[in-house]
Design a protein around this ligand. Structure first.
Ligand code: DGP
Length: 113
């Protein structure tokens, strides 16, 4: 069994507030929201970070970017939003399963660092 928090969330072993799911992708609300809308979008297959994306596994990443506009629309993000992925130690990635933060619902900070 995968000893990964987001794998357990995808499997339903840890509860989450789901906003979207298909065969490749799972999306759920962040437990510590940084904006009125803060959704995490993850590939169902375990991939540690953006640094591990290759031609062999990028289909789930492509799907994530296909569903982001759908989720943004469903969440009412008509005035824009931000998509972020933190990668590795310097990127302050805390959960080692590739995930994209979808943030919106307010004017976000111009600072990214
Ligand atoms: P990052 O720092 O980029 O690795 O972001 C990890 C995010 O995961 C962080 O914003 C908080 C969120 N998170 C951590 N544990 C849980 C959890 O158990 N449930 C949910 N829904 N989100 C979590």
């Amino acid at each position: 069994m995968c000893d990964c928090l987001f794998c357990k969330i995808i499997a339903g072993d840890i509860p989450s507030s789901k906003v979207y799911e298909d065969d490749l992708v799972y999306a759920f609300r962040d437990i510590q929201p940084m904006a009125p809308v803060h959704v995490l979008i993850v590939p169902k297959t375990h991939l540690p970070s953006a640094d591990g994306v290759t031609a062999a596994n990028s289909a789930s990443v492509a799907r994530i970017f296909e569903v982001i506009p759908q989720i943004a629309k469903a969440e009412g993000l008509t005035n824009g939003y931000r998509v972020i992925t933190n990668c590795g130690e310097d990127g302050c990635q805390s959960v080692k399963h590739l995930h994209f933060h979808l943030l919106g619902g307010k004017k976000l900070s111009e600072k990214l660092d």
